[in-house]
Unconditional design. Structure first.
Length: 317
């Protein structure tokens, strides 16, 4: 058995066992279709152990959170359909947005095609920044009219200032934000499993992920802060009165830098809009208090399973 197949099988068994325990403990009233059942966290469709077979049309795939290109790892599963759709329509905008910001800030280990404009002459080229921060601009001979390129070179001196035009951005900012929300949601699923995400409070999250161009989840739910680092990573319960919910904190890594992001996830479908609105109004320096359950077992420990599921269900009565 390949390492990938073995990993998918191990994850499937862990989550299907947790799901069965939640039903047997009476914490969720679900009719499971199979003896071993996995529910895709995005579409909520049920899958059997046979759906680990990659010859199936919609088999269970490893899901990276954050995207692998930004330093994420695959620690859970989603169905192929959800994985592909979110990858093409959502995750791309997250990776592209961060790389684009790095390039336009001329950070080390970045590069891009550019249009160079000087003294009325426009040519195509590239700009690259090496690991030491040294910027190199190169003309692309095949992409330029030889006459224009010759004129550009003749008019450009050592200390001249050249205008750079970067390619038109391909980023859809709404989808970039939804990609952050999806990353946080999958990380919550990794840490707590079904005991958390099967709550009705997360219906709005799933609906937004499945409809990335619609305004469903309240805006202002994420923040990027220098105070976030690896020691903060995890999905933590917010204990600050009036701001109850979960804060998913994770690091995103490009070739140039590491950035910490915090995303608000709901504890109740009744309070989410009010909490996000209050978060947007807080001044710089405002700090949330957390209760961290990082490292706790929410998959095989019946006490933790019961506590988590009961807590979030009580919040949504």
């Amino acid at each position: 058995m390949s390492k990938t197949k073995e990993k998918r099988s191990r994850i499937f068994n862990l989550y299907s066992q947790q799901l069965r325990s939640l039903v047997e403990l009476g914490l969720y009233d679900l009719e499971l279709k199979y003896e071993k059942t996995f529910i895709c966290p995005i579409c909520l469709n049920q899958f059997s152990e046979d759906d680990l077979d990659i010859s199936k049309e919609n088999f269970l795939t490893l899901e990276d959170a954050p995207p692998k290109s930004l330093g994420g790892k695959a620690n859970t599963l989603t169905c192929k359909k959800c994985n592909n759709e979110s990858g093409h329509t959502i995750d791309f905008h997250l990776t592209e947005r961060l790389n684009e910001l790095d390039i336009k800030a001329f950070l080390p280990n970045t590069g891009s095609k550019v249009t160079l404009l000087h003294k009325g002459v426009k040519v195509q080229g590239t700009v690259n920044v090496n690991e030491k921060g040294i910027i190199t601009i190169t003309h692309i001979e095949k992409a330029n009219n030889p006459k224009s390129l010759k004129e550009y070179v003749s008019k450009t001196g050592k200390d001249d200032i050249v205008e750079l035009e970067f390619p038109v951005s391909r980023i859809n900012f709404k989808r970039f934000e939804v990609a952050l929300l999806k990353t946080a949601y999958i990380l919550a699923f990794e840490q707590y499993g079904y005991s958390l995400i099967l709550s009705s409070a997360f219906d709005i999250v799933r609906k937004q992920i499945s409809n990335p161009d619609e305004d469903i989840y309240p805006s202002g739910f994420w923040t990027r802060q220098s105070v976030f680092d690896k020691s903060n990573e995890g999905v933590h319960l917010i204990s600050t009165t009036g701001f109850e919910g979960f804060q998913a904190i994770f690091m995103l890594n490009t070739n140039s830098q590491e950035s910490g992001y915090g995303v608000y996830l709901p504890v109740s479908e009744k309070t989410i809009f009010d909490v996000v609105e209050k978060l947007k109004k807080q001044e710089v320096g405002f700090v949330l208090k957390y209760i961290s359950y990082k490292g706790s077992d929410y998959f095989t420990d019946a006490e933790n399973l019961t506590m988590c599921a009961t807590f979030i269900k009580d919040r949504n009565k």
